[in-house]
Design a protein around this ligand. Structure first.
Ligand code: SF4
Length: 343
């Protein structure tokens, strides 16, 4: 059966015509679906006949929560079970400005970043657009509050599932549905250069983050296999083209790892690399993952690194650590459950 959340309004209209129904019903159905109804019978302004047709054609894709960890700071980490019994993680973070959700785009990840728990478990498949959207609906249902921000920074490389991620963005953004503004949706990539250039051409308002994590090719290659495919100069060139085309600021994510990429020399090299780019640097004290080789930089090293960027007029902030008392590193909850072979 087809997941109704995979369909945008135009596709729903076509399906309704096929079913011998009026196409204007599509907006009504889309609205119900994205209000998070749990049954077709809850779509009370549709005829019983239409509800029955929908039940025969579609699945509502309701996730089962199989684990939930709640941090003292309000961060909630969910392990959801999908229809095919696979599991994915979603994290809810509470900020003063509202609820922000970090969604997964794939079941596992092929990219193999050394600092990431997701790279330690097998890649299974990409999520459909509906499976991405369902993460927002399932969390909204659980907390009974609106989600105002979405970041594609959970398990998976969003640009390795480009079409479904883009479709999910359009669906999340739709005023008849969740109506989350493009500026409140952010996509993070480890640096798939052709897709960065493609994303620049989409004409959407969403923001872009780049997992950079190193100031040069040598360090980047030691941390991220993707650096073997695209050099740091190719990546930075694509970022420049993106900002020129969209006039949108890029965020560079930089996980500070003790003794690997956190020296004052590294900070200066990073400042040279990013000079003149419309950007912001998000410094992330790396989460230690079980059996991982990386450890967190000291507060003093983090502060020195940031001071150098400040002096060199590169805007940088240190990300507040949320959920540090739960398994908050991306992929950790799922990995612990799966008990798969750890590399
Ligand atoms: S950091 Fe992102 S791209 Fe890299 S392995 Fe983890 S999920 Fe994949």
């Amino acid at each position: 059966m087809q997941n109704i959340k995979d369909l945008d309004i135009a596709e729903l209209e076509n399906k309704l015509i096929e079913l011998g129904e009026k196409k204007y019903r599509a907006k009504q159905i889309f609205k119900w679906v994205h209000q998070g109804v749990r049954s077709f019978d809850d779509m009370t302004d549709l005829s019983m006949t239409l509800r029955d047709k929908l039940k025969k054609e579609f699945d509502l894709c309701i996730y089962t929560i199989i684990d939930k960890q709640v941090s003292k700071d309000g961060t909630k980490k969910y392990l959801f079970q999908l229809a095919d019994k696979n599991t994915i993680e979603t994290v809810l973070m509470k900020y003063k400005y509202g609820n922000s959700i970090c969604v997964s785009s794939q079941i596992g990840c092929k990219m193999g970043c050394k600092f990431c728990a997701s790279s330690k478990v097998k890649f299974i498949r990409s999520l459909t657009s509906g499976e991405i959207v369902e993460q927002l609906l399932a969390v909204t249902y659980d907390i009974g509050e609106r989600i105002s921000n979405v970041v594609f920074m959970g398990i998976g490389e969003p640009f390795d599932n480009y079409d479904n991620v883009l479709k999910a963005i359009h669906i999340i953004n739709n005023p008849h549905g969740l109506n989350i503004g493009g500026r409140h949706i952010s996509v993070s990539t480890c640096g798939i250069v052709p897709k960065i250039l493609q994303f620049a051409e989409e004409g959407i308002q969403s923001t872009l983050s780049i997992s950079l994590h190193a100031p040069n090719d040598n360090i980047r290659k030691s941390m991220m296999p993707i650096a073997e495919r695209y050099s740091i100069n190719e990546l930075i060139d694509a970022c420049k083209k993106y900002t020129e085309k969209t006039n949108r600021r890029i965020t560079f994510e930089y996980s500070l790892v003790n003794g690997v990429n956190d020296t004052q020399k590294d900070a200066n090299e990073l400042a040279n690399l990013l000079h003149g780019i419309l950007c912001h640097v998000n410094l992330i004290p790396v989460n230690s993952i079980k059996n991982g080789v990386y450890t967190k930089s000291s507060d003093e090293r983090i502060q020195k690194f940031r001071d150098i960027l400040d002096k060199r007029r590169i805007t940088a902030t240190v990300r507040r650590e949320l959920g540090s008392d739960i398994e908050a590193a991306c992929g950790q909850l799922r990995r612990d459950r799966l008990k798969e072979d750890i590399i």
